[in-house]
Design a protein around this ligand. Structure first.
Ligand SMILES: Nc1nc2c(ncn2[C@@H]2O[C@H](COP(=O)(O)OP(=O)(O)OP(=O)(O)O)[C@@H](O)[C@H]2O)c(=O)[nH]1
Ligand SMILES: [Mg+2]
Length: 611
């Protein structure tokens, strides 16, 4: 390597040992960190500035259990550190990150890496947790026995990587000479045992709290009850806590619409600003509090270490349905968005299981659907108590549950179809429980809020303006004869059996780019259609409650359980499966399912007198 080139450091190690946390600390990045295995599935690159003024390139890699990769994400790590990754030389230094509370597992991989004979150092991470549990590690002895530098790190403390940075900075000269080959240890397990005996002293009882919690949370009966209660409380909180904030945002947009409306001269520009932008975007932003409450719970659960346990509990149910417990985490990520969910299936080893998971991931209710659910529930479901629970919270829970049950049903059917019906035992690491840091939660929520607001200011704004033009032109004709009106009436042929009129039909098209646009589109359609000024300033919920039948409202809610044709999801399915056939299958079955379920809902509701 040329002396002037920026040295490249790769962070390697078993899953969940804190590589990404360390990467974020070294480079100031904000990659996703969570307390379960298989979070990182791609190679990520960042810049590190050492105090000496030197620069380094740092690579964060997916966790791997060994260099014999079993899954796609592990293969990335294996190829990259060996220099087989297309277009990329092998890294100059390997930083092998090991979890100090779990050396029994993690040292084996360190030994395997050492046999590559490349410049390497070991970052003994999570020493804070190890100390708390009374695990004592003789670092000088470990360093001597391993023959590579060993430094202690705490990746979740702002100064927790100083020793690592210092060591890397000092490695300057060594980088250029390949290390002498170390003795090959045929039996890595025996060598691991020897090192442990020499350097680590364990307290007699290490994880008493974890064990006590697991006795309850992994219990086949109490465990499931606890899981149900947790899920249930989350949806109750989404409703119980968000209302004051939502009322505030709604009042603010109404006020803004009024002020701007009075200040601007009548004409198309005022229409665009007031009916298009303010009514449309305000309609979506109202739901930010609910999204953030949901994410506060998801982030806390991710960091707590509970999620893999939930996967363990549900494994039997999931494998009966043709999925494995491994599918749990990808499905769970899909509650934020199916795109990262589908990508995280790379850690599923069996290709069939992986495809099955990819195909049903879009059935998980992504956060973009929450505004649509919230709008429709607010309009059609009365704020009532049912026993201890409030009814809108129950309905929201039911909608999420319907998505999950549909996913299980679809994967069960797919399993019936395929010839090979073998099942795999679940091998899943259970991480230690951890109390989430308040600060990290806030940062996570802030990021979520920014993602949402960027969508509002970007794609949702663009589509809302486009729709406003289509609704207002050609000029002079009524809204029904506008471009949008004509498209909507053509689509009505397809959608009227579901109870959707031309206005709903037209609003469905832009939801292919972003589901939240359903809300802003409806707000724009109704604002433009309103004849008198007072109707335009009214909130969308009461307007549609008045205009639609209950059957239509329920039918549209059910449509969004399946919410077919999200373009970014389909593009991700295509990229991850390399197959147009699978992509077309996903699009087709989701559309068919949505249509049939909405049709059934509409007809049943009508028959029950909800017209
Ligand atoms: N107490 C403590 N927790 C840590 C430390 N480093 C990381 N963690 C936590 O360990 C968990 C895993 O961290 P990640 O950085 O996502 O681990 P990773 O090695 O990137 O995991 P994969 O991407 O799945 O391979 C998270 O819950 C972190 O908050 C540490 O030094 N001390
Ligand atoms: Mg990671």
């Amino acid at each position: 390597m040329a002396a002037s080139a920026v040295p490249r450091i790769a962070l390697v190690g078993n899953p969940n040992c804190g590589k990404t946390a360390l990467f974020n600390l070294l480079t100031g990045s904000r990659q996703k960190v969570a307390n379960y295995a298989g979070v990182t599935v791609e190679r990520k690159e960042g810049r590190m500035h050492a105090p000496s003024g030197r620069h380094f390139t740092v690579l964060d890699l997916p966790g791997a259990y060994s260099l014999n990769a079993a899954s796609l994400d592990e293969a990335v790590t294996r190829d990259l550190i060996r220099g087989f990754y297309p277009g990329e030389p092998a890294p100059d230094v390997l930083v092998c990150v090991v979890d100090a509370t779990n050396l029994r597992l993690h040292l084996r991989f360190a030994l395997e890496l050492r046999e590559l004979g490349r410049p390497m150092l070991v970052a003994l991470n999570m020493v804070d947790a190890a100390k708390r549990r009374g695990i004592a590690i003789d670092v000088p002895a470990l360093q001597r026995e391993l023959g590579v530098p060993v430094v202690e790190t705490v990746a979740v403390q702002h100064d927790g990587a100083q020793s690592l940075v210092r060591e890397l900075d000092a490695m300057q000269g060594v980088l250029h000479e390949p290390r002498a080959h170390l003795p090959q240890h045929a039996d890595l397990h025996a060598e691991t045992r020897r090192l442990l005996a020499l350097t680590v002293s364990m307290p007699r009882r290490t994880a008493a709290i974890d064990d006590a919690l697991d006795r309850w949370l992994l219990h086949p009966l109490f465990g499931l009850v606890a899981l149900g209660v947790v899920m249930f409380l989350i949806f109750q909180a989404v409703y119980a806590w968000a209302t004051p904030m939502m009322d505030g945002i709604e009042a603010a947009t109404t006020w803004l619409g009024g002020v701007v409306g009075n200040a601007m001269p009548d004409g198309p520009l005022k229409g665009l600003v007031v009916d298009g932008i303010i009514a449309g975007l305000g309609g979506v932003i109202v739901f930010l509090p609910q999204i953030l409450i949901l994410f506060a719970f998801i982030l806390a659960l991710e960091e707590s270490g509970y999620l893999p346990r939930a996967a363990f509990l549900l494994d039997r149910m999931m494998s009966a349905a043709g999925l494995s417990g491994r599918s749990f985490i990808p499905m769970l990520s899909s509650f934020a968005c199916a795109v990262p969910g589908i990508m995280s299936t790379r850690s599923i080893q069996d290709p069939r299981d992986r495809i099955a998971t990819i195909l049903v991931a879009p059935l998980m209710t992504c956060s973009a659907r929450l505004p649509v659910y919230a709008l429709l529930i607010g309009a059609f479901i009365p704020q009532q108590q049912v026993g201890w629970f409030n009814l809108p919270g129950l309905v929201l829970f039911a909608l999420y549950a319907a998505g999950i049950l549909s996913a299980l049903a679809v994967s069960w059917l797919m399993k019936k179809w395929r010839r090979d019906k073998g099942e795999h035992p679940l091998l899943l690491e259970l991480p230690s429980y951890r109390v989430p840091h308040f600060r990290d939660l806030l940062i996570g929520l802030w990021e979520r809020a920014m993602i949402f607001l960027k969508r509002v200011g970007g794609i949702i704004l663009a589509l809302t303006i486009l729709l406003w033009f289509l609704l207002n032109f050609p000029a002079g004709v009524g809204i029904e004869d506008s471009f949008a009106g004509r498209i909507g009436r053509a689509l009505e042929l397809l959608f009227s059996p579901l109870g959707f009129d031309w206005r709903i039909s037209i609003a469905l098209i832009p939801t292919m780019a972003a589901r939240e646009v359903m809300v802003s589109s409806l707000a724009t359609v109704y604002a433009v259609a309103a004849t008198s000024d007072d109707a335009a300033s009214r909130a969308l919920g009461p307007l549609i409650a008045q205009d639609w039948s209950l059957a239509t409202g329920l039918s549209l809610l059910v449509w969004f359980i399946y919410a077919p044709q999200c373009i970014s999801t389909l593009a991700t399915i295509r990229r991850e499966t390399h197959s147009w056939k699978q992509t077309a299958f996903a699009a087709g079955y989701l559309f068919a399912l949505a249509w049939i379920a909405s049709f059934a809902t509409y007809r049943i509701a009508l028959a029950m007198g909800a017209g």
